[in-house]
Design a protein around this ligand. Structure first.
Ligand SMILES: Nc1nc2c(ncn2[C@@H]2O[C@H](COP(=O)(O)OP(=O)(O)OP(=O)(O)O)[C@@H](O)[C@H]2O)c(=O)[nH]1
Ligand SMILES: [Mg+2]
Length: 357
């Protein structure tokens, strides 16, 4: 793990929300306070740079979030997940239009949009971006961080916080629902929409492994296609078998995203769900649970960084690994020894005798 120290946004290049392919050379460098101020004023370029810093795990992203944190917590995060090609981007687009009609500002984060399953998704995103290119009330950003260490949920949430601080009221997060990352991303959202579509082999059986439970609302998209009735009956049957984790019974809403049909009803259900979740305290509980896990993850990362920074060349770790492989030591003792070598962050007093003599 490498911590490069603070770097200014002048050092990074980024992708603007409204032109996904254009690399920008950013100049002149800003200081963090200016940068944070520009994000708060919803300057699209500064917002894009901030998300790039987060995406790249640049420590500047963390510095920025510290400054912006007290201005976050106002936006509503809506996760949109589902199988490749289920119509997520099309639906997100239709939801964005409906929300804009109500004069809400919106951020859209498309996670890993270059889906290898359906191809063409990037083109779809580009078309969407052009449609909203001149609207300051909508910010669209693709994040391609698949395979990055430490999972996707943290950076996605941090990017959403940037948009939150920039004053976006609703943040729509599109993810392809194929793995554990998506389940985690769904957990960071205030409301999660799970898209299903007929004639896609969307077998409800296949969804049961942990995915059914993440849905606050089921969206039966492509309901213009044959098989919609059967899919709805299957989902309804599966729901009666799966005990609901809370008092909320996830509804099933039919849509035809390409024609924006059912979108108003869907939004109505989303608002109703959010109202219920606020009233019952479920929303607060969900957010608090997230922060509990997140704080622990930060502690975990900090400890790891301390252990590794103490020995940038990894010589100690390599030595321990060698010893364990040769059965001269066991991994638990090796880990204990590594932790004992950890240096407390500068400026903080050492506690106990954590340092190796
Ligand atoms: N018939 C029909 N086609 C739809 C509907 N919604 C989306 N589509 C089409 O389905 C295809 C995939 O739509 P996308 O919105 O790109 O799907 P996606 O889930 O975002 O796809 P990935 O991001 O690649 O996983 C496109 O050709 C859409 O035009 C619908 O309600 N009915
Ligand atoms: Mg898509």
């Amino acid at each position: 793990m490498k911590f490069s120290g603070w770097s200014s946004p002048g050092n990074c290049s980024t992708t603007m929300s409204n032109s996904p392919s254009a690399k920008l050379a950013i100049s002149p460098p800003m200081n963090l306070d200016d940068w944070a101020e520009r994000v708060r004023r919803n300057d699209p370029r500064s917002v894009a740079q901030a998300i790039t810093a987060i995406e790249n795990r640049d420590p500047a992203g963390e510095q920025l979030l510290r400054r912006l944190f007290s201005f976050t917590g106002r936006a509503t995060l809506i996760g949109v997940t589902g199988a490749p090609g289920a119509g997520k981007s099309t639906l997100v687009d239709a939801l964005a239009v409906a929300l804009r009609r109500r004069r809400h500002s919106i951020g859209i984060l498309a996670i890993d949009p270059s889906s290898p399953f359906t191809g063409g998704a990037i083109l779809g995103d580009r078309i969407r971006m052009q449609a909203h290119a001149d609207d300051p009330g909508i910010f669209i950003r693709s994040m391609a961080t698949r395979g990055a260490l430490g999972g996707l949920a943290g950076p996605t949430f941090d990017a959403a916080m940037i948009l939150d601080a920039a004053g976006m009221e609703f943040i729509l997060i599109e993810t392809v629902g194929v793995g554990q990352d998506e389940v985690e991303i769904a957990r960071i959202a205030d409301a999660t929409l799970l898209l299903l579509a007929p004639a896609m082999g969307d077998d409800v059986q296949a969804l049961k492994a942990g995915v059914m439970e993440i849905a606050d609302i089921f969206v039966l998209n492509k309901s213009d296609l044959p098989g919609a009735d059967r899919l709805e009956a299957d989902v309804a049957a599966a729901l009666t078998l799966t005990p609901a984790p809370s008092a909320w019974q996830p509804p099933i809403v039919r849509t035809v995203a390409t024609r924006a049909e059912g979108v108003e009803e869907l939004l109505g259900q989303v608002f109703w769900y959010l109202e219920e979740a606020r009233r019952s305290g479920a929303l607060h509980q969900r957010r608090t649970k997230y922060w509990r896990e997140r704080i622990l993850r930060i502690v975990h990362e900090r400890l790891l960084a301390q252990v590794l920074l103490d020995d940038p060349a990894d010589a100690t770790l390599s030595g321990f690994a060698e010893a364990v492989a040769m059965r001269r030591s066991d991994p638990y003792s090796a880990a204990d020894s590594l932790l004992r070598t950890a240096t407390p962050p500068s400026g903080q007093p050492e506690r106990g005798n954590r340092r190796r003599k």
